[in-house]
Design a protein around this ligand. Sequence first.
Ligand code: PLP
Length: 414
Amino acid sequence: MQLAHRMTRLGTETAFSVSAEANAHRQAGHRVFPFHLGDINIPTPENVMEAAIRAMKGGKTGYCSNLGIPELREALAEDVNRSHATHYTLENVVIEPGGKPVIGKFLLALMNPGDQVLYPNPGYPIYESQIEFHGGVAVPYSYREGDGVFELDLDGLERALTDKTRILILNDLQNPMGAEASAHERERLAEIVRRHHLIVLLDEAYFDIRYEGRSQSLVSLAGMEERCVLLYTFSKKFAMTGWRLGAAIGPRPVAEAIGKLNVNDESCSNHFIQYGALEGLRGDQSGPRRILEELKKRRDLCVDLLNGIPGVRCFRPRATFYLFPNVTEAMARTGLTQYEEFRKTVLRETGVSFCSRLHFGRPLPGEVQKYIRFAYSGIDLPDIEEGLRLLKGFVTSSAPPKRTAPLASTAARG
Ligand code: PLP
């Protein structure tokens, strides 16, 4: 059977192959330290689970509205209005089976073939995949290391704008870098959006995964509510990744268009779990608080230990559960200067599993610094400690075995 031509344009999350390799390593009898997972190994809060079970037993097992149950849409509009100073009603909210489907549906609803779409690179790989799959032109913008944080390269973003640029995808707070836009960057972004009449997909999957300060949103700025569509997810805040529940929140015609796509795709999101999510938003908040407390401990341990490894420099993001340490020198020390050989050798030698910059978009011209991504949402404190002790040992110790000759000859060892 011949696959359709469009399938050649569909990308994927190559991070899934890292998971497969880590599983194979585990099945071969080795210990694995899973820093590659964007998944959460903390249970969903009890009250959320109970509400979903009650709803299931209470008969919420048939189809529901393609837009989601009105109670949840209303609760979400209120929740977002409180944190974002917006003016949404339930008519602006469409419930989706996860945050991820919002990306493709947003593009289907708003992007015409040939439109240019600005997207973050390094960034969540599904943006690039979906833009190209649906016939758009993916134009990357990037970040650079600032003083203790990653900064948006706004000059680069402005230079990339053409008269064909219609859409900006902004992931604030960002996977994989843990970056967040500063107030100044957000103001300048809003000004660019207004000046160029852009439409924005504002991916706020990590808006509530915050340890210090308060998350701010582009949509709160003047003129942005009518130009932005928010990607909301229950996955992270309520540790519900496998439940598959999220939402698109935006101008009413866009919400209606996405609702129509729902009718054509999945009909509706799972009915009874929407009652669990409703309890998540309206009920006791100690569950999400405990999740954050645990994640914060993991962040601090990870950052401290990573910064104790020679040749590693790691920021301490105030949000998300990702770290994006600069490992240029550490890689040079080991003589493993190619991302994949470094990653695979570390997995083989220590069991420490992580993604690299390569899993978050095609490297950009002139990129010389090397980064890897550590997720600490799927690994407990004792394993973080042990895994990073082994990684430190690997970086500081003598040459790992089976090094290829050309690399060995150029290895600068410490
Ligand atoms: N957006 C970003 C930046 C993500 O990292 C993820 C998941 O890892 C998602 C969206 C989608 O998550 P979900 O489909 O579980 O809501």
